[in-house]
Design a protein around this ligand. Structure first.
Ligand code: DX5
Ligand code: ZN
Length: 231
């Protein structure tokens, strides 16, 4: 566990692409995962949806297990769109999650939950949906490794980026810098090769992209993204 964490921590504040598995054609899951790994992607974004916090159900532990086995060197960035997420921490940690991000709106014990993740010596992230102000997470900024700013309403891939999310990312960055902290800023939803520069300019360094990566030319798409976000 220590090594896993150390590897990611060394990369802090560097630009990274985290393709979202939600957009994978499940008939070719292994090939698609290997395609992105093959061009240098280091993180896979894993969207877990419970049908309660969001109006959609995605996948759970067996799929995560498969991903870890298919591309063991890739870091798993688990985005839990799950009500009271702590019920599942042990399972995801056991399956090899490198980062667990929970929604501020999904728990009545945000700080306690984040500390539970940290206790397991993996990275902890906090996500905010489009209607949640940055002020809601200011108090936990000192204990987290990542803030995930949602640029669409969570639940579905293929939506259009909400431009106000960029202002929120800027606000998060200003607070982070003012507090002398060094967590990553991640954005998720509607990011493509046309708007990714703007997203980076707002202070984001982890780019989640689903439908703009997986599809007809997965390896080529990922390669072009990586080129665009190079530090
Ligand atoms: C939405 C998910 C996203 C989604 C992004 O609830 O959290 O990760 O898969 O998909 P695109 O990039 O297609 O907007
Ligand atoms: Zn996500």
């Amino acid at each position: 566990m220590d090594d896993i964490k150390k590897n990611i921590m060394e990369n802090i504040k560097k630009n990274r692409l985290a393709p979202s598995m939600l957009a994978i054609d499940f008939r070719h899951m292994e090939d698609e995962l290997k395609a992105v790994a093959g061009v240098g992607v280091e993180i896979i974004h894993v969207d877990v949806m419970d049908g309660a916090f969001v109006p959609n159900i995605s996948f759970g532990p067996p799929v995560i297990k498969f991903v870890k086995e298919a591309v063991p060197d890739i870091k798993l960035d688990v985005h839990m769109m799950v009500q009271e997420p702590s019920r599942y921490f042990d399972k995801f940690i056991q399956l090899g999650a490198d980062n667990i991000t929970i929604h501020a709106e999904a728990t009545s014990n945000l700080r306690v939950d984040l500390l539970k993740i940290k206790d397991s010596r993996i990275r902890a992230g906090v996500a905010i949906s489009p209607d949640t102000p940055v002020s809601e997470i200011e108090a936990v900024m000192g204990i987290i490794d990542c803030v995930l700013v949602m640029s669409v309403y969570p639940g579905f891939g293929g939506q259009k980026l909400i431009p106000e999310a960029l202002d929120k990312a800027r606000e998060v960055k200003e607070l982070r810098d003012a507090k002398g902290l060094d967590f990553d800023i991640e954005m998720d939803g509607g990011i493509n090769r046309d708007n990714v520069k703007e997203v980076l300019d707002s202070g984001v360094n982890i780019i989640v992209a689903g439908s703009a990566v997986f599809g007809a030319n997965t390896a080529e798409n990922a390669k072009e993204f990586l080129e665009l976000i190079k530090d």
